[in-house]
Design a protein around this ligand. Structure first.
Ligand code: GRF
Length: 219
C-alpha cells in the first residue's frame, strides 16, 4: 500500500486530540525547534469541547477545531473530520490521545498516513488503561509505541518503540508519568522518520522536491 504525497511544500500535520494534549505539545515543540523538519501543524482537532489541549494549541498559535460526535454515527462524525483535514491538505494525521476508534472509511481515506502513540510495548496491552494492564500482569519492562493506524485496535505496523523499566513500587500514575516522558521524545522522532520516508532524503536535508514520492507503510 503506498500513498502519494505532494512534497513541494512543508508537510502538513493534522493532530487529533480528546484531552490533555501533552503529545500534541511535544509535536508542536519539535516542529518549532526543527526536530521535525519541513513540517507544519496545520490544525488540531478535538472531539471534546473541553479538552485541555485546545488551550495549549491556541497558546502556540495553532488553528483548533472542535468537532463533536453529537450522537451521530461514527462514519458521519469521521466524515466531518476528514473534510476538515482535506480542506487543509493534511498529509499526515497524528492521533495524540484521541479516544475514539476511527471508521473504516476514515482509515481508507488516510491509509498509511495515520499515526498513533500508545503507552505500552505493543502488541502487548492494546486498548484502554494500558499502564494498569501492564502492572496487573506483573511484567518488568514496558514502554511506548508509535504505530500506523489500521482497522485493528492498536495493531497496525510499528514505527518506533521506547522501553521503560517498571519499579517495584510503581503505581499506575507513577508508571504513566514515566512512560509519558518517553512518549514525548518518541512521537516527534517517529513523525520525522515517517515524513522523511514520504519526502525523501533531499527534503530531510531541507531542500524541498517538487516531485511526488511514495510512503511505504510496510517498514
Ligand atoms: C498518552 O498516554 C498516549 O499514549 C495515549 O493517550 C495519552 C494521551 O496523553 N494514547 P496526552 O493527551 O497526549 O497528554
Amino acid at each position: 500500500m503506498s500513498t502519494v504525497v505532494n512534497t513541494a511544500r512543508p508537510a502538513r500535520l493534522g493532530i487529533l486530540i480528546s484531552g490533555r494534549g501533552s503529545n500534541m505539545v511535544a509535536l508542536a515543540e519539535a516542529v518549532h525547534e526543527g526536530r521535525i523538519p519541513n513540517a507544519e501543524i496545520s490544525v488540531v482537532v478535538s472531539d471534546q469541547a473541553n479538552a485541555a489541549g485546545l488551550a495549549k494549541a491556541k497558546e502556540r498559535g495553532l488553528e483548533t477545531l472542535v468537532i463533536e460526535r453529537r450522537r451521530r454515527k461514527r462514519e458521519e462524525h469521521d466524515r466531518e473530520i476528514a473534510e476538515a483535514l482535506r480542506a487543509r491538505n493534511i498529509d499526515l494525521v497524528c492521533l495524540a490521545g484521541y479516544m475514539r476508534i476511527l471508521s473504516r472509511a476514515f482509515i481508507d481515506t488516510y491509509r498509511s498516513r495515520i499515526l498513533n502513540i500508545h503507552p505500552s510495548l505493543l502488541p502487548s496491552f492494546p486498548g484502554l488503561d494500558a499502564q494498569k494492564q501492564t502492572l496487573e500482569h506483573g511484567v518488568k519492562w514496558t514502554g511506548c509505541t508509535v504505530h500506523f493506524v489500521d482497522e485493528t485496535l492498536d495493531g497496525g505496523p510499528i514505527i518506533l518503540q521506547r522501553v521503560v523499566p517498571i519499579h517495584h513500587d510503581d503505581t499506575v500514575e507513577s508508571l504513566a508519568a514515566r512512560i509519558l516522558e518517553e512518549e514525548h521524545k518518541l512521537y516527534p522522532k517517529a513523525v520525522a522518520l515517517v515524513l522523511e520516508s514520504i519526502l525523501g532524503s533531499s527534503a530531510a536535508a531541507g531542500q524541498m522536491s517538487s516531485n511526488s514520492r511514495n510512503l511505504d507503510s510496510s517498514r
